[in-house]
Design a protein around this ligand. Structure first.
Ligand code: GKE
Length: 336
């Protein structure tokens, strides 16, 4: 367990970053939390952390300021979202390279002991994800390089930047490739939401408005593995403490189609089967993507615990309470 450390978490106002702040505070660390988002847009905020709102880490001056006297750095920051965002904002996504680059330079200049980079399954070669049911992607499947355009290229490039900072300057780096992380305190509307949250929201709204149909992007046969955020945090911290410095998948092995996930969410909500309106012109991403977890099991002796149905239930309940509280907008912010 990481304890009594001074830790910088960049992207702390975001979904995974917020959960990481909570866990590392609970474990007894001093947290410096930064995010480009203004205070009112942070998904979670913790009074015990040293919070820096509206801080753009693409600016190296900001990186240098907060990296001073820090033991560990977690870079959870990037301009991102689900397929609806990353397919239409490639230049925005690629600019996150500045965050990672400037942070690495600042860490090299100070006494930072260890650095974490949150990469993505979008770094994998697209040609290996063209079928609905595929073998889980192994870490070696990122090469030869042909990642998701924009967002995936930034992730793959930044992974390599981490590697070279370790080789050339001796900075200890750890890199996780996340496979579609979902859970409470994530984006569920506005255009950046990923499929689990989007489909929960659509089913909640259909139920609320007595509608018997939902819109689904693509034909619903696309497959993915989704990982609940608590498992993501546990896997991340175990990887961080390990001595393995190459990229590692952090994902589940419950491969489902989007149609299967919709059935699970319908079961949670108790609605009758809704008519699916398949929107074939919407962003679809790769046809099939799932995580092979052999490496993470081998090096960390760890596997995810929360099954998709259980995680979706927690997510559904949280989004449902958010939607019901609309107007007050208070339940997004936990202060502790
Ligand atoms: N977002 C969204 N919203 N996706 C939908 C919807 C909807 O209402 N209905 C169906 N889908 C389909 C998408 O067309 C896509 O085929 C699949 O669900 C998953 O979409 P997603 O959750 O937005 O994103 P992806 O898994 O394709 O890609 C995400 O991968 C992660 C890493 O595994 C990326 O967007 C990144 O957020 C992330 O790196």
């Amino acid at each position: 367990m990481i304890k009594n450390k001074k830790i910088l978490i960049v992207g702390a106002g975001g979904f995974i970053g917020g959960h990481l702040v909570k866990r590392l505070l609970d474990d007894g660390n001093y947290i410096v939390a930064t995010d480009i988002k203004p205070r009112e847009y942070w998904f979670q905020e913790f009074e015990k952390a040293e919070n820096h709102f509206s801080m753009d880490m693409k600016d190296i001056g900001n990186c240098r300021k907060v990296a001073k006297n820090i033991d560990y750095v977690f870079n959870m920051a990037c301009n991102m979202g689900g397929m609806g965002f990353i397919e239409n904002n490639k230049a925005e996504c690629m600019q996150s390279v500045l965050i990672n680059t400037n942070l690495l330079i600042s860490c090299k200049e100070t006494s930072v002991e260890r650095y974490f980079f949150s990469s993505s399954a979008c770094a994998y070669n697209k040609t290996k994800q063209q079928n609905v049911f595929i073998e889980g992607l192994r870490e070696t499947d990122a090469y030869p390089a042909d990642p998701e355009d924009g967002y995936g290229w930034e992730k793959l490039f930044s992974e390599r930047m981490c590697r070279h900072f370790m080789e050339d300057y001796g900075l200890q780096v750890r890199v996780a490739r996340y496979h579609n992380i979902y859970g409470p305190f994530g984006t569920y509307d506005g255009g950046r939401e990923k499929a689990p949250a989007a489909l929960c929201r659509k089913i909640i709204k259909a139920k609320k408005n007595n509608k018997n149909e939902i819109e689904v992007w693509g034909d619903g046969m696309q497959t993915r593995t989704f990982l609940y955020v608590d498992d993501c945090i546990e896997g991340t911290l175990r990887l961080f403490e390990s001595d393995y410095s190459e990229p590692v998948n952090i994902g589940s092995d419950e491969q489902v189609s989007i149609n299967q996930m919709i059935e699970i969410i319908e079961g949670i909500s108790g609605v009758k089967k809704l008519n699916r309106i398949y929107q074939l012109d919407k962003p679809k991403g790769v046809r099939g993507r799932s995580s092979n977890n052999d490496l993470v099991k081998k090096i960390l002796n760890w596997s995810y615990k929360i099954k998709l149905r259980e995680g979706l239930k927690k997510t559904y309940n949280w989004i449902s309470s958010e939607i019901n509280n609309q107007g007050s907008n208070l339940s997004r912010f936990t202060k502790s």
